[in-house]
Design a protein around this ligand. Structure first.
Ligand code: NAD
Ligand code: ZN
Length: 368
């Protein structure tokens, strides 16, 4: 049965840490903050230069209209802002400006801003209320939900962090208009992933509206964002601390992370690597579950653009080595998220190297 469908908001059900996500205009966010019980006078806004030039004034004005006294801290765009020096500068700016335990931190931006500001909110004064105002597709359907925050370390991504749930998420689909096209299609990979692992209706919706979605036509976007975010919300509600079920969000990511690693970070985007990884994961799903046709799933996955060059330049051997390092491994076995059917995922291992190589060859062939 379809749960009650309301395209404008949904609940992330985490008991005392529950919160709502609204799909609504940016101007409405400060009012939603008041409704969520944030009654502080001040608000510390974190954003990056790209987003600041487009949307910061609008947010600051709306915050003032809702009787907040806002202060903005702008970081450089890009993954390098998820690191120690920018975090320290953020701490300095926030503490010099003046905070108390009630002061909300509002993250206006993509996943980088959300992870950085979220970690600052988790740690400043032992925890400040966090509001996510996600502006990238990845942030709207994925990173703003679930409470993972953190920065990178020289030895790896996201190694320093904390779980810190926001008190509110407000996503405005209209701001996605200005997102660079490659960021858009990379985010779509995660949307497709959410459909495949947990929402066969979303899969049908995406197939029906795919041309409009690729072109970012406004029509289908609010419903797409709402449905994709709902998948994340439901998985997180079942497994807040990633002890089990939450691992299904890594569909396509075993090969995907290996592709990013083997190609060198920055050649394929994360979403592009995941798109290719999902082709391999669909091959393995069909090996394990011969009754799973998967044609609709494969059709959608192979329509995700991959612009970082030809994946065929990566050797299976390099990928196999990178997969051995994957964090989901228990002992020596490489683990994968598989589909039993569209919308039904589970974690499994036990594939031999020949099968994995066949999956890789399939991933390369099916992209043509
Ligand atoms: P990002 O934050 O770097 O944003 C991508 C680019 O788009 C940036 O240059 C940004 O300035 C720009 N941008 C953002 N919104 C825009 C808009 N509306 N208009 C124009 N430009 C805009 O990258 P991302 O893909 O949003 O997030 C990736 C990060 O998120 C990674 O660090 C990843 O580790 C993290 N992440 C975290 C979680 C989590 O659960 N916490 C989940 C997934 C990803
Ligand atoms: Zn991902």
């Amino acid at each position: 049965m379809e749960p009650d469908y309301s395209p404008s908001s949904l609940t992330i059900d985490l008991g005392p840490r529950s919160y709502r996500m609204h799909v609504r205009s940016l101007e409405g966010a400060p009012g939603l903050m008041r409704e969520a019980g944030l009654d502080a006078e001040r608000c510390f806004v974190v954003t990056d230069e790209n987003v600041a030039s487009l949307y910061l004034d609008r947010l600051m004005e709306a915050l003032r209209a809702a009787r907040f006294t806002p202060e903005a801290h702008v970081v450089a765009p890009g993954e390098q802002s998820k690191s120690e020096a920018p975090l320290r500068r953020l701490y300095d700016a926030a503490l010099e400006w003046g905070l108390d335990r009630q002061t909300p931190v509002a993250a206006l931006g993509g996943g980088v801003v959300g992870d950085l500001a979220g970690f600052a909110a988790a740690t400043l004064l032992r925890g400040l209320p966090l509001v996510h105002l996600p502006t990238s597709l990845v942030a709207q359907v994925d990173s703003s939900l679930g409470g993972k925050t953190g920065i990178n370390h020289a030895t790896g991504k996201n190694l320093i962090g904390a779980f810190h749930q926001p008190v509110l998420v407000a996503a405005d689909p209209e701001v996605l208009e200005t997102l660079p096209q490659r960021e858009w299609t990379s985010g779509l990979a995660e949307v497709v992933k959410h459909a495949l692992i947990a929402d066969a209706n979303l899969l049908a919706f995406l197939r029906e509206h795919w041309a409009a979605i690729l072109n970012r036509e406004a029509g289908p976007l609010p419903e797409m964002i709402h449905r994709a975010a709902r998948v994340k919300a439901e998985v997180v509600a079942e497994d807040e601390r990633e002890r089990g079920r939450r691992a299904i969000l890594n569909f396509g990511h075993t090969f995907g992370h290996a592709i990013e690693h083997a190609a060198g970070y920055g050649s394929f985007t994360h979403g592009e690597a995941v798109a290719v990884g999902m082709r391999a994961a669909l091959f393995l799903s069909r090996e394990r579950h011969p009754d799973f046709g998967g044609d609709a799933a494969l059709d959608l996955v192979t329509r995700l653009p991959v612009r970082g060059g030809d994946p065929a330049r990566l050797s299976f051997e390099a990928l196999r080595r990178a997969m051995q390092q994957d964090k989901k491994n228990e002992g020596d076995a490489v683990r994968f998220v598989l589909l039993r059917a569209a919308g039904e995922a589970h974690v499994a291992g036990g594939f031999d190297d020949d099968t994995l190589e066949a999956a890789w060859q399939f991933a390369l062939r099916s992209g043509d």
